[in-house]
Design a protein around this ligand. Structure first.
Ligand SMILES: [Zn+2]
Length: 546
């Protein structure tokens, strides 16, 4: 294969021995050298590609916590509060009240011909509405004969109509953790966490969790291109034959623009079976499909009041959240995967959940010492300084949910955590000061896949109303750029392959319209993404509807 030399206005390499450059030479989908034209010409005959002469090149962004559902969810109505763009650049307007959500879904329901087709909606975010909680009384206005399911934006809560409740056999006698009941003892149709969700999915299916298809993964790829992402996790994956076949087929397509790391949901089966499944999947890893990550869910979400909090708990007095499994069982599970040499990515939102997992990992490491395990706490939103100190000591990484500051920061300040603890949420600066390896993430489709926006959140910590939430946890632009490239690559053990532009690594780049290092940091999120280059192959972002 021949050598191509790409000329850019500026190349931000994230590589410490040569941080800036103008040219990069690539061959066989990998970086051969980076520097000026003279450096790159030294490798022999080359073709000069000048189409990016006015663009900025960075390493392709690495999203360490998102979901392939980012691609498939858009086949179903979005009922979130904020406006969003889908993978094709189409604008979906936000729904600003509970009634607006119902109105949208009444229209969507009327457009479905087959009465047996369930109606799924997603992105619902009632914390903005105050007042009434959604219940069957609301959803039954959409239909009492069709199965209707509405997934909250946080993914931890699901509302269903009375049709789903009756098919699932959920009634006042049901004794399953997470099935909410009203004052009259009847189920309200609100289901918290996975055990309760699965009761509904059993009778209605789930387009979000259990089944993947190639077209959804293609949508995921498009979203990645639109946001400059070239490597992304699918951080709660079911490893059945059809899903594994879909990953293989999608990533095996010529020019598929994304490297995917599916992380297996470990809560589905006994540890021995799960460990065997991950090991078997690793045999099928390719350049664009990397297996090995294992996902553990501990608590729920903070804005849904299902995260597990230490004292003094929720600021508004809401009861403490919900475990996905008994704490002792979670600790045993982590220990089994650790002992088997697996790489754990552990969802912890509340500080009680983080503490439980730090304790479990400490015990696991005492019993089975391992260097460079890179177990990562995902979200880790409420970790305090003492927890970060322990994490540093134990080699535990953090992937912090910086986007929360913008999307729910005002609610955390006023309702969930209160003005003091809200300031320490997603504490990038504290993590950094204690030497905890960290990344920042979107959890797409919970919030939009857009690492430059995520970096903007970590740098500015501005909430939707414009409040600076926790000014001392802000980090610099360069630190944030590290967190969306090499920092994220480190947490998923991909830093030897991607995350910086240097010889031997994948030729994966984000092509930007402006220079993140020279724009005003409050405009970081507004930098246009022209597209991406993955393994040397160029893909253009979708134009956005305005
Ligand atoms: Zn997630």
């Amino acid at each position: 294969m021949g050598i191509t030399v790409i000329r850019a206005k500026k190349i931000i390499t994230m590589n410490s021995y040569r941080p800036g450059a103008t040219h990069v030479a690539i061959r066989d989908g990998r970086v051969l050298g980076v520097g000026d034209l003279e450096t790159c010409a030294a490798f022999g005959d080359y073709q000069l590609d000048e189409q990016f002469a006015d663009k900025i090149l960075m390493p392709g962004f690495v999203e360490g916590h998102c979901h392939a559902m980012e691609g498939g969810a858009w086949k179903h109505p979005y009922v979130g509060y904020q406006d969003r763009y889908d993978p094709d650049g189409k604008l979906w307007r936000g729904a600003e009240s509970l009634q607006a959500v119902i109105d949208v879904l009444v229209r969507e329901e009327a457009a479905i011909d087959d009465p047996d087709t369930p109606l799924f909606a997603w992105g619902f975010d009632p914390i903005y509405f105050g007042g009434d909680r959604m219940s069957t009384k609301h959803i039954d206005q959409i239909s009492t004969t069709r199965r209707v399911l509405i997934l909250h934006s946080n993914g931890h809560l699901l509302n269903v109509n009375s049709k789903v409740l009756s098919l699932a056999g959920i009634d006042r006698t049901t004794d399953v953790h997470g099935v909410l009941k009203g004052d009259d003892g009847e189920p309200t149709g609100e289901l918290m966490e996975m055990a309760a969700h699965y009761m509904a999915y059993k009778v209605a299916g789930s387009p979000f969790l259990k089944s993947l298809d190639v077209s959804s993964l293609n949508g995921f790829g498009k979203s990645a291109v639109n946001s400059g992402v070239t490597t992304a996790t699918d951080l709660f994956a079911t490893f059945n034959d059809s899903n594994l076949a879909a990953y293989k087929e999608a990533t095996g397509q010529d020019n598929y623009p994304l490297r995917i790391l599916p992380a297996m949901n470990t809560l589905d089966m006994p540890p021995a079976d799960g460990i065997a499944a991950v090991k078997a999947a690793c045999e099928h890893s390719t350049d664009k499909l990397h297996f090995g990550l294992c996902k553990v869910m501990t608590d729920g979400s903070i804005q849904g009041f299902t995260g597990r909090m230490k004292w003094p708990g929720y600021h508004n007095g809401a009861p403490n959240g919900v475990w996905n499994m008994a704490p002792e069982q979670l600790a045993d599970l982590v220990q089994a995967y650790h002992r088997a040499g697996m790489h754990l990515h552990i969802h912890t939102n509340g500080d009680e959940a983080s503490e439980l997992m730090i304790d479990a990992l400490e015990k696991s490491l005492q019993e089975a010492p391992r260097d460079d395990h890179r177990h990562t706490l995902q979200h880790c939103q409420m970790a305090d300084e003492a927890q970060f100190r322990r994490m540093a000591k134990l080699g535990i990484c953090a992937n912090l949910f910086a986007n929360h500051i913008y999307y729910w920061g005002d609610q955390h300040y006023a309702i969930t955590m209160g003005p003091d603890r809200a300031a320490r949420m997603d504490a990038c600066n504290t993590a950094q000061r204690h030497g905890v390896h960290f990344a920042i993430h979107s959890d797409a489709p919970v919030t939009p896949l857009a690492p430059l926006f995520t970096a903007w959140c970590a740098v500015n910590r501005l909430t939707e109303s414009g409040r600076v939430l926790g000014e001392n946890e802000r980090i610099s632009v360069d630190e944030a750029l590290h967190a969306i490239t090499l920092g994220a690559a480190y947490t998923i053990k991909m830093d030897h392959l991607t995350g910086s532009i240097e010889p031997g690594k994948y030729a994966d780049f984000a092509v930007l319209e402006d220079d993140p290092q020279s724009v005003d940091p409050v405009t970081l999120k507004d930098i246009g993404v022209w597209g991406t280059i993955v393994g040397g192959v160029v893909t253009r972002a979708a134009p956005r509807e305005s």
